[in-house]
Design a protein around this ligand. Structure first.
Ligand SMILES: CC(C)(COP(=O)(O)OP(=O)(O)OC[C@H]1O[C@@H](n2cnc3c(N)ncnc32)[C@H](O)[C@@H]1OP(=O)(O)O)[C@@H](O)C(=O)NCCC(=O)NCCSC(=O)Cc1ccccc1
Length: 325
């Protein structure tokens, strides 16, 4: 539905009705369709946070590009980190279809007014961390994002399709790296187990707070932006990962983890929710470092943005002159 009504105008009943009917028929809302202000704001919030996560998420693994143990591993890691930059860019583009401005979103991140995923505030201590990030963090991202391919907002859902394909490839490369290390020396196996121990709980926290303390979930699910609750997706991730850990030969660091035949799912322990809140508020081990790096990359890139803007202005002036002539 395309309309000329601005988002601020009070919704004439039929616009709201049409929006509700589109959602309930599982059809897509597109950029020019009328949508409630809250729907637009929620999407900008989630998509921007997601984009920022991809861009900040380049840092933990990026630190290992110059230290990768072989040319092959270096090339793979380089390509993965570049893919993450690409994901950030698709997502900023999706946010722009809602009227957001990319430069403004970046300012909000840099000024600490918008969030990015807690997971990227933990350090990468060894090369095994690169494998575990692929296995756990990309694995969690897949669980969370495959349902977003059916999100009600068209441009977000479509961006997710390609992102998920790439995340699947990333997860496999992480798992393959770990399989290789597990076939290596005792010291390499210890490195893998140590990385698993450090990343397991923060990975479970990526799915967000538990359902009873998730203020946005109910409305986002009613709008079909989110298709499943935080706890449902966390459970899906645990069920998917346990057999992979067995095959790999590592132990997941949770004494409460066991199969529950009655539920048909694994039971597992409770993540430290105070830690999640602390990290979200800026108190994680690497928050300061990640933000400082992001700020300096932004400052160092100013000349590129200025040159691109000047070039675009020249092209536009030339095109206008051509049109007049
Ligand atoms: C599930 C959730 C993250 C949160 O559900 P919601 O309904 O939105 O919120 P809810 O009410 O449950 O929470 C209350 C408040 O807490 C915030 N908060 C919650 N959890 C976190 C957290 N973990 N970290 C930080 N903040 C968190 C939340 O924003 C809200 O705050 P607000 O009200 O905004 O001030 C949702 O936004 C989503 O699915 N996003 C899309 C996926 C996405 O962004 N993925 C990113 C990873 S990409 C990746 O990994 C790829 C990759 C792999 C490898 C290497 C490099 C890259």
């Amino acid at each position: 539905m395309t309309t000329s009504h601005s988002a601020e105008a009070p919704p004439p009943g039929h616009l709201q009705e049409h929006f509700d009917a589109t959602i309930s028929r599982d059809q897509r809302i597109e950029p020019r369709d009328w949508m409630p202000d809250g729907y637009r704001k929620t999407l900008v919030r989630q998509i921007a946070q997601h984009a920022h996560s991809e861009i900040i998420g380049m840092q933990p693994e990026g630190e290992w590009i110059t230290k990768a143990p072989s040319l092959r591993r270096k090339a793979i890691l380089f390509a993965k980190v570049q893919d993450e930059a690409g994901h950030g860019l698709y997502l900023y583009s999706a946010a722009e279809t809602l009227g957001a401005d990319r430069a403004d979103l970046t300012d909000r991140l840099i000024e600490g007014r918008q969030k990015y995923s807690s997971i990227f505030n933990y350090p990468t201590m060894s090369f095994a961390d690169v494998g575990v990030i692929g296995w756990f963090v990309d694995g969690a991202a897949i669980c969370n994002q495959v349902p977003l391919c059916r999100s009600s907002y068209g441009p977000y859902a479509r961006a997710m399709v390609r992102i998920c394909k790439e995340e699947s490839f990333h997860q496999r490369q992480g798992y393959e790296l770990l399989m290789t290390m597990m076939r290596g020396t005792e010291a390499q196996r210890d490195m893998v187990q140590d990385a698993v121990n450090r990343w397991w709980w923060p990975s479970l926290m990526m799915f967000g707070p538990p359902d009873d303390s998730s203020p946005n979930s109910a409305q986002s699910m009613a709008w079909k932006i989110k298709r499943h609750s935080n706890d449902e997706l966390r459970q899906r991730f645990v069920d998917m990962t346990v057999p992979q850990a067995e095959k790999l030969g590592v132990t997941l660091p949770d004494p409460e983890l066991r199969w529950n035949a009655e539920r048909g799912h694994h039971d597992f322990g409770t993540p430290d929710w105070d830690e999640l809140m602390r990290v979200i508020k800026g108190g994680g081990p690497c928050n300061d470092q990640r933000m400082q790096r992001r700020r300096s990359a932004h400052e160092e890139g100013a000349w590129v943005r200025e040159a691109a803007t000047a070039h675009a202005a020249k092209q536009a002036a030339r095109a206008e002159k051509g049109a007049v002539a």
